[in-house]
Design a protein around this ligand. Structure first.
Ligand SMILES: C[S@@+](CC[C@H](N)C(=O)[O-])C[C@H]1O[C@@H](n2cnc3c(N)ncnc32)[C@H](O)[C@@H]1O
Length: 216
């Protein structure tokens, strides 16, 4: 285990993160499980895993090669509870200690929208570096279009506003820039599957890595 000194705003809300968001996130966690079921034997890294809620669900459903990475120690303390089979790393997702092509699948769930553009790009670059040839990246995050329910947009806006000024400005930029679509480099990743959840407010996008490491 590799500990880092970095601080995260999530240090202060770690204990309430799951209870507050449980009901909203539960259908999304189940949808991710369903997408990944056919990859049960693969190694999966959850980059910015938070409380590890998603990986715990995978673990309960027979997945064995699970890795959970986050910058916040308090979030990882929760992740460590109730499941000792998941490997946990306290690291910065923009510069992890893993060697190239260490994992079959990298998951990034609700971690892009709240970051500035540079950090978003660095998360994707690092994920690309870590994914094996022909492996996958699964990204779960907000995506608004004309099918997104108005009430959902309002609700998400309120949650993001409460999260703080910088967080909210990054969220607005992410939505304005068409979310993930403007971030993913089409030369490096090919879309395999895309689903919308939460009344079309959340996109789950699975891409396959199409080249060997050469992200610049
Ligand atoms: C909105 S939470 C999402 C947590 C989890 N993926 C989920 O779906 O519930 C964002 C997480 O990203 C983590 N995070 C923020 N910056 C990070 C970084 N540079 N490296 C690793 N984790 C980071 C935070 O500590 C927090 O746990």
């Amino acid at each position: 285990m590799n500990f880092t000194q970095n601080k995260s705003e999530y240090d202060f809300i770690a204990k309430i993160y799951d209870p507050v968001l449980y009901l909203v996130l539960k259908p999304i966690r189940i949808a991710v499980l369903n997408v990944l079921l056919k990859y049960k034997e693969k190694s999966i890294l959850d980059l910015c895993c938070g409380t590890g809620n998603q990986l715990k669900l995978l673990s309960r459903n027979g997945f064995k090669n699970l890795h959970c990475l986050d910058i916040s120690k308090p979030m990882l303390e929760i992740a460590r509870k109730n499941d000792s089979r998941i490997r946990i790393y306290n690291e910065d997702a923009t510069k992890t200690s893993f060697t190239n092509e260490s994992f079959d699948i990298v998951l990034i769930s609700f971690a892009l929208h709240e970051k500035d553009r540079n950090t978003q790009e660095n998360f994707i670059k690092e994920a690309y570096r870590l994914i094996k040839k022909d492996g996958f990246i699964l990204i779960v995050d907000y995506n608004f279009d004309n099918k997104t329910a108005k009430l959902v947009k309002i609700g998400i806006n309120i949650i993001e506003r409460i999260a703080g000024k910088e967080h909210y400005n990054n969220f607005k930029g992410y939505i304005r820039n068409n979310g993930l679509l403007s971030l993913i480099n089409k030369d490096k990743f090919e879309l395999v599957k895309a689903h919308k959840r939460l009344f079309n407010g959340v996109a789950m996008s699975m891409y396959q890595k199409t080249t060997t490491n050469r992200y610049t």
